[in-house]
Design a protein around this ligand. Sequence first.
Ligand SMILES: Cc1cc2nc3c(=O)[nH]c(=O)nc-3n(C[C@H](O)[C@H](O)[C@H](O)COP(=O)(O)OP(=O)(O)OC[C@H]3O[C@@H](n4cnc5c(N)ncnc54)[C@H](O)[C@@H]3O)c2cc1C
Length: 378
Amino acid sequence: MPGAGSRVRTEFAVIGAGICGLAAAWALRKRGHEVLVLDQGEAGHSLGGSHGSCRIFRLGYEKPAYVTLAARARDSWTELEESCGERLLAPTPQLTFGPQVAEVRAAMAAAGTPAELITPAAAAERFPGVKVSGQVMLETGSAVISADRSLTALGRLAGQPALRVGAEQGKVTRLAIRGTGVRVSTGAGEIDAERVIVCAGPWTARLVADVGISVPGWTSLEQVAYLARANSHQPSAVTPIMVHYGGEFPYGLPVPGSDHYKIGIHFGGPPVDPDQQDHAADPGLAGRIELAARQFLPAFDPRPVKVERCIYDNSPDTDFIIDRVGPVVLGCGTSGHGFKFGPLIGEWLAFLAANGRGTGGGRAADAAPPPWFALSRF
Ligand SMILES: Cc1cc2nc3c(=O)[nH]c(=O)nc-3n(C[C@H](O)[C@H](O)[C@H](O)COP(=O)(O)OP(=O)(O)OC[C@H]3O[C@@H](n4cnc5c(N)ncnc54)[C@H](O)[C@@H]3O)c2cc1C
């Protein structure tokens, strides 16, 4: 490792080894580029937004454009699975219910991926572990993503030797424009990069302010609970993902490789300074999650066996921020729904960073990100 006074050169520096940064690094490596990835913590550390066992992959969104992008993201996941030789997504049916279910169903139909409505009685018969009411949509294109294994696989494909982590080696303290590139300062010296890709979650705004870029947003500290099966319930063949879409927004998913079920409330947590995170369980949030568990999960004990905190990096409109300003590429504002798009976001960031050069050889079309993710919309 270089000493404090040293300076290295690289084609691309990626700041942040969460799902977006690692996916961008992999996409650049696929194109034969030289990439250095920096993170202030160990990969998958608990203060970032990508840690934990699992995430939901779903096509169901209330906007048709997101349904279309999610279908593209599914292809990017397949390519990642083929490249790493591991199954990262476990196809799992999803029950969507709640006030926006009709909107989600209409968006899916508009995007050409229709989903079936079933009665609550039919849902209960098919999936006795979950109890839902009202209009219920059965989505079959959904899956549980093994989040921790995905980060490990991407880190491997992105090239471990090019990964520098920790307060000394990996924490970026300053960015400065130097000629046509960017000088990146760390405790272990400076890095001159032709382009820098900033995927630093809610820390992005502070970093890029150094080079005159203003990124709006805020951070929330979310909470999830892991539930064990209630003694009275035998494991059923399939426990589905559940999403109560709209209003108070509880969601849940079976944890891969375990008999536990993970439950949380989308946008349930309070605003937080990402540098002042207190990961003690929030009793108010715990109560709301327990209430949802009692209401929707008859097969599980509502008292959690484990609680986790995790941050959301929120843009003002909850759409992502994927853009390039001079030599600085931005991938942030994932607003609590970015994991499922990770490998596709990586493709977009690599495209922006490399000026659209190269094809990557992958299945996902090497194309620019949608214009509605541009920073200039704010
Ligand atoms: C509880 C919870 C449940 C979720 N569920 C889902 C879901 O079911 N489906 C879904 O699609 N999405 C879900 N998400 C959202 C998804 O996990 C995030 O959108 C995504 O992981 C964000 O990834 P990221 O790479 O943008 O940011 P992060 O993972 O936060 O990575 C940013 C990295 O930048 C590093 N960094 C910051 N500053 C510096 C610096 N100065 N120098 C070096 N490194 C720095 C940080 O250490 C961090 O590791 C969920 C999120 C949470 C918290």
